[in-house]
Design a protein around this ligand. Structure first.
Ligand code: F6P
Length: 362
């Protein structure tokens, strides 16, 4: 029988199981059996580890967080970086993957992964391994796809945190700083900030200053609003100079050790004497059940990936370009997509009086 392989690589993300289920069900419809490789790409090579996936053993996983196949973030496949930071896979690994594919009679491999993991898929494609990609990241920072599954689940988690912080901030007249994920992009901070009624949103794409952040807090005080909610993306760059606490170097170190959220909070307290608390939301954002939207996107990604294999459109990644599911060559798809400072979400937030910690005035 013809077989399709599927694996999940990189950090986990709500909706991975929905993709796996989508692959299995639609592959069966097209007459294929499915094999799931364990722990990302690692399962493809010595010791090869996989499980047959059926409608029966994937029943009930749609709403489960995590991935039933497990994942590896930095394994043997990420280890070899050649000239110009270009990933170069060890030829022995590539040969091992080809042998596994032949022995298990796999005619196409669905790799679900983020930018790093999809770079491995691109290498597979260049080496003649029939592969298709499915984009995965809660950060929503992959180009070519309007949204990645997992993003809105993370935003939901961050919004819920803001709702909870709102009441305690108001009761104690405090500043609450919520640090959310987003290493390179501020999508989660921006969307959760809007959905949760944040007053200040700090993201890597808009340079900000402590002066402006403190001004925003004080302006609210003057309006009789004695509390402030600040959302900061973990990757928000620390502003240059003008730091009260310490020199820039030790502040950078503090960010590395305790996260940007803690630094923002302590700097605000030092500057304006306002009681401030921090919450670092961390991996809570990656856990739990996917939201309805993420289930719909993930399921369609799974089904569309199988379609690409049926059509032998290897080296492509599925993508969501509303209202359609499309595909793009993986090589074009793994560019970073960040928040445009003039995008409609930023403009709407500004129009509502949200500060981005810059000196922008409406
Ligand atoms: O890429 C997604 C992400 O959630 C980032 O925002 C975060 O920095 C990272 O994963 C953390 O991943 P891990 O702790 O698994 O290395």
């Amino acid at each position: 029988t013809k077989r399709i392989g599927v694996l999940t690589a990189g950090g986990d993300c709500p909706g991975l199981n929905a993709v796996i289920r989508g692959v299995v069900k639609s592959a069966n419809t097209h007459g294929y059996e499915v094999v799931g490789f364990l722990k990302g790409y690692e399962g493809l090579v010595d010791p090869v580890s996989y499980v047959p996936l059926t409608a029966k053993n994937t029943a009930g996983i749609l709403q489960q967080g995590g991935t039933i196949l497990g994942s590896t973030n930095k394994g043997r496949f990420a280890a070899t970086v050649g000239v110009n930071d270009r990933l170069e896979l060890d030829p022995e690994l590539v040969a091992g993957v080809k042998t596994t594919m032949e022995q298990l009679n796999i005619c196409g491999l669905v790799c679900v992964g983020g930018d790093g993991s999809l770079a491995v898929s691109q290498q597979f494609h260049e080496q003649g391994i029939p592969v298709v990609g499915v984009p995965k990241t809660i950060d929503n920072d992959l180009s070519s796809t309007a949204f990645t599954f997992g993003f809105f689940s993370a935003v939901f988690c961050a919004t819920d945190a803001l709702d909870r912080l709102h009441t305690t901030a108001a009761s104690h007249e405090r500043v609450m700083v919520l640090e959310v994920m987003g290493r390179h992009a501020g999508w989660i901070a921006l969307y959760a900030g809007i959905a949760g009624g944040g007053d200040v949103i700090l993201i890597p794409e808009i340079s900000w200053s402590f002066e402006s952040v403190c001004q925003a807090v004080l302006a609210r005080e003057q309006q009789g609003k004695k509390f402030t909610l600040i959302v900061v993306a973990e990757g928000a760059e620390l502003p240059e100079g003008g730091l009260v606490t310490k020199d820039a170097h030790s502040l950078q170190k503090q960010v590395r050790l305790g996260g940007i959220g803690n630094v923002v909070a302590s700097e605000i307290e030092k500057r304006i004497g306002k009681e401030t608390r921090t919450v670092v939301l961390g991996h809570l954002q990656r856990g739990g059940s996917p939201t309805t939207f993420d289930r719909v996107v993930a399921t369609q990604f799974g089904a569309h990936a199988v379609r690409l294999i049926v059509e032998k459109k290897f080296g492509h990644m599925v993508c969501y370009q509303p209202p359609a599911m499309e595909s793009v060559p993986i090589i074009d798809a793994i560019q970073l997509s960040t928040v445009h400072p003039m995008c409609s979400a930023v403009l709407a937030a500004r129009a509502l009086g949200v500060s981005f910690g810059d000196n922008h005035t409406e």
